[in-house]
Design a protein around this ligand. Structure first.
Ligand code: SF4
Length: 368
């Protein structure tokens, strides 16, 4: 059974009507529970819960410390290609945008990785656009073999693949997968994914499962806030994570909360996730999914990130560049999106330590 059948159960459900009927008593009752149902989760995502952020924050902090300790993992993205055959209306790398395209050679990847490794980072997220004909699986596998010289954990955020392709990349050294559905609303999905392989909603939705079945250690999911109605998108991404946690007991499941930032092409988001709601959603995720990782990227401003550290986050990106070859600073390729927190790895690490948390550069080493 696919997660799609869970989504379809809500086809005739009005999130707006339900949320407007949620009372503070319902929120407080959900807040008291040890194990939350999906309705409790929805209660905590609703406007009625926004008056109870302090109580939610206290519980979220307690649960996070209980399951993860006072630790924050660090990672950074590494873009090796921005070629893309898809037309996603919200992305700077869309095939429709006339930008400088670039794909690194293996030698350039080696140089880029060496530069990144000087920061002390051991966990990286390897990214490309989606151009499978050019950014072939064999190229990715070769890239991973180069990166293994420098990093202990390599996560992949590229085009969705079949299970056997994930197995091939796992054997090359990939241990984790990030794959965002971007938007769970099926109508909006087809409105913003106008052409290319990414237009296949169902294949993308099942991708985390193919990765988990292929034996990848960790899978990270999420929605891109701004594309779809906020509460329902937060709800489905949380449900998706729980569905994966229940189905793949040996896989670490985590969530990210990317919000749309300005990108080439000038896309205007239909929905705006404000800072207060963003905090509320993190807290609701933590209370609903006490053991899920929650990642926070440099899309968010530094002061905001600093304030969120104790509320449920388990991983921070740091010193991120979203251009191809960005760590060697040749600066001739286009960013996928604007980053907000421009601090280097050392500065982010110092901030984490100042808050009494331990910085984790490495918590994984492959045995092959
Ligand atoms: S979101 Fe991904 S698939 Fe879509 S245009 Fe950007 S890089 Fe390509």
């Amino acid at each position: 059974m696919s997660f799609l059948s869970t989504i379809k159960k809500y086809d005739d459900f009005s999130f707006e009507d339900y949320a407007s009927g949620i009372t503070e008593e319902m929120v407080l009752s959900s807040l008291k529970k040890e194990e939350l149902t999906s309705k409790d989760f929805l209660n905590l995502l609703s406007p009625a819960a926004s008056k109870h952020l302090e109580a939610m924050a206290k519980k979220a902090n307690k649960l996070t410390v209980q399951h993860f300790g006072r630790t924050i993992g660090l990672y950074a993205p590494l873009y090796i290609s921005n070629y893309c055959t898809n037309h996603c209306t919200y992305c700077g790398f869309s095939v429709k945008n006339k930008i400088t395209r670039k794909q690194l050679t293996l030698e350039e990847i080696d140089t880029e990785a060496g530069q990144m490794a000087k920061t002390g980072l051991k966990h990286i997220l390897l990214l490309t656009g989606e151009a499978k004909g050019l950014t072939e699986i064999s190229y990715l596998a070769d890239a991973v073999r180069v990166l293994k010289k420098y990093f202990s954990s390599i996560a992949l955020e590229v085009f969705p693949m079949d299970e056997d392709e994930y197995i091939l990349l796992r054997d090359a050294g990939v241990d984790s997968l990030t794959i965002y559905q971007e938007v769970y609303d099926r109508d909006i999905y087809s409105q913003v994914h106008l052409s290319g392989g990414k237009a296949d909603y169902h294949y993308r939705l099942d991708t985390p499962e193919r990765g988990a079945r292929a034996g990848l250690r960790a899978v990270n999911v999420g929605t891109l806030f701004g594309l779809g109605e906020l509460i329902s998108e937060a709800f489905f991404s949380g449900l998706h994570a729980r569905y994966l946690m229940d189905k793949f007991l040996e896989t670490e499941i985590s969530l990210s909360l990317p919000r749309i930032n300005p990108a080439e092409g000038g896309f205007k988001a239909k929905y705006t996730l404000g800072d207060r709601e963003f905090v509320q959603f993190i807290l609701a995720y933590r209370l609903f999914l006490p053991k899920a990782g929650i990642n926070l990227s440099t899309r968010e401003k530094e002061e905001f990130r600093d304030n969120l550290l104790k509320l449920g986050i388990t991983k921070f990106s740091a010193g991120s560049k979203t251009t191809v070859g960005g760590y060697n600073d040749d600066g001739d390729s286009t960013e996928q999106f604007d980053t907000s927190d421009k601090r280097g790895v050392d500065e982010v690490a110092a901030m984490i330590r100042n808050q009494g948390y331990q910085v984790v550069y490495k918590d994984w080493e492959a045995m092959w």
